[in-house]
Design a protein around this ligand. Structure first.
Ligand SMILES: *[C@@H]1O[C@H](CO)[C@@H](O)[C@H](O)[C@H]1NC(C)=O
Ligand SMILES: *[C@@H]1O[C@H](CO)[C@@H](O)[C@H](O)[C@H]1NC(C)=O
Ligand SMILES: *[C@@H]1O[C@H](CO)[C@@H](O)[C@H](O)[C@H]1NC(C)=O
Ligand SMILES: *[C@@H]1O[C@H](CO)[C@@H](O)[C@H](O)[C@H]1NC(C)=O
Length: 283
């Protein structure tokens, strides 16, 4: 009696555990989810990621979740700056070496309204000087973190919480990762004439302006402003129980003076990486 109950409990426990495990997403799946979502070609002409690029976020239930392409978030979940960024298979990107820095943005492709995105693209975050850390992701143990130090964190667009109006459709928010041209290791993007305005951000013009190649990785989430009185719904993602990731290395909270960034900044993990694949994305 006892033992069979115990067995049932054990089975349930491992089922729950398995459901909570974050799993890697292949670059092929990243690519196809961008097509399924309509982002390619509606917002971006093409995306051919060479790395799996992840962000994490704090879910309503307090758990830290892996953001996977297509994750559905509430406005509140999206409003907290990501706890960490991480990558897998960075060695698959071209022109990456131990000195390589990376830049990351977040934008709303459907501002102010999915049916009339007159402000496309609306930039919510842009910062450079990220480097590959030797620390692994707190959410996905096979992914390596991308971190930035307090001394090099000069976000061109500090994180601003997405706040899409209720009943303006399902907004798609895109994070993208680029290798940073070395000149920006010492100067900001304003040095090449980039403007602070966040609305109507023209990505192709911007890439030319900064001399960027295609994105090496990208991910996205959505907020359904028609659900839950405009607050959106929380769905999928992979849960990490135990609240790891509290020492954020993603984006400092708005108003905070670059807190707790980058406990570990070793780029040793990059040593010896070779450029192996070409990429052909267009954004
Ligand atoms: C990285 O490149 C290798 C070799 O081309 C490929 O087999 C692998 O699938 C790539 N990794 C990912 C995550 O796409
Ligand atoms: C891609 O990354 C995963 C996770 O680190 C690893 O298991 C896999 O071997 C890598 N694949 C290649 C081709 O590097
Ligand atoms: C990178 O950090 C340096 C300071 O070391 C700073 O001058 C430069 O503006 C930063 N670049 C970017 C793109 O944030
Ligand atoms: C973006 O800029 C390019 C020039 O770099 C231009 O051809 C294109 O029409 C612009 N797109 C929009 C939507 O303004």
């Amino acid at each position: 009696m006892f033992s069979s109950l115990g067995l049932v409990a054990l089975t349930l426990a491992s089922t729950v555990l398995a459901d909570d495990l974050a799993v890697s997403v292949s670059t092929a799946d990243f690519k196809s989810r961008f097509v399924q979502s309509g982002i390619v070609p509606e917002v971006i002409a093409a995306l051919d990621p060479s790395v799996s690029f992840y962000a994490s976020y704090r879910a309503e239930d307090g758990h830290t979740e892996l953001l996977v392409p297509g994750s559905s978030l509430t406005v509140a979940e999206a409003g907290r700056a990501p706890l960490e960024f991480s990558v897998e298979n960075l060695s698959n990107a071209t022109s990456v070496n131990a000195q390589t820095r990376f830049l990351i943005y977040l934008l709303d492709a459907d501002a102010p309204d999915r049916s009339a995105p007159n402000a496309r693209n609306l930039r919510h975050f842009l910062a450079g000087n990220y480097t590959l850390s030797s620390a692994m992701s707190a959410v996905l143990p096979t992914a390596q973190r991308l971190t930035v130090t307090q001394q090099t964190f000069f976000p061109f667009t500090p994180f601003t919480a997405p706040s899409p109006r209720p009943n303006t459709g399902v907004h798609r928010f895109i994070y993208a990762l680029y290798t940073q041209p070395p000149n920006f290791n010492t100067v900001g993007f304003e040095s090449v004439g980039m403007e602070l305005q966040t609305a109507n951000w023209n990505l192709s013009r911007w890439r030319t302006q900064l001399g960027l190649g295609p994105a090496i990785g990208a991910t996205f989430f959505s907020i359904d402003t028609g659900a839950n009185g405009g607050l959106g719904v929380s769905a999928n993602g992979s849960t990490l129980t135990g609240g790891a990731g509290a020492a954020g290395t993603g984006v400092p909270a708005p108003g905070a003076a670059a807190p707790g960034l980058a406990a570990s900044l070793s780029v040793a993990g990059l040593a010896g990486l070779a450029a192996t694949l070409g990429v052909m994305a267009m954004f």
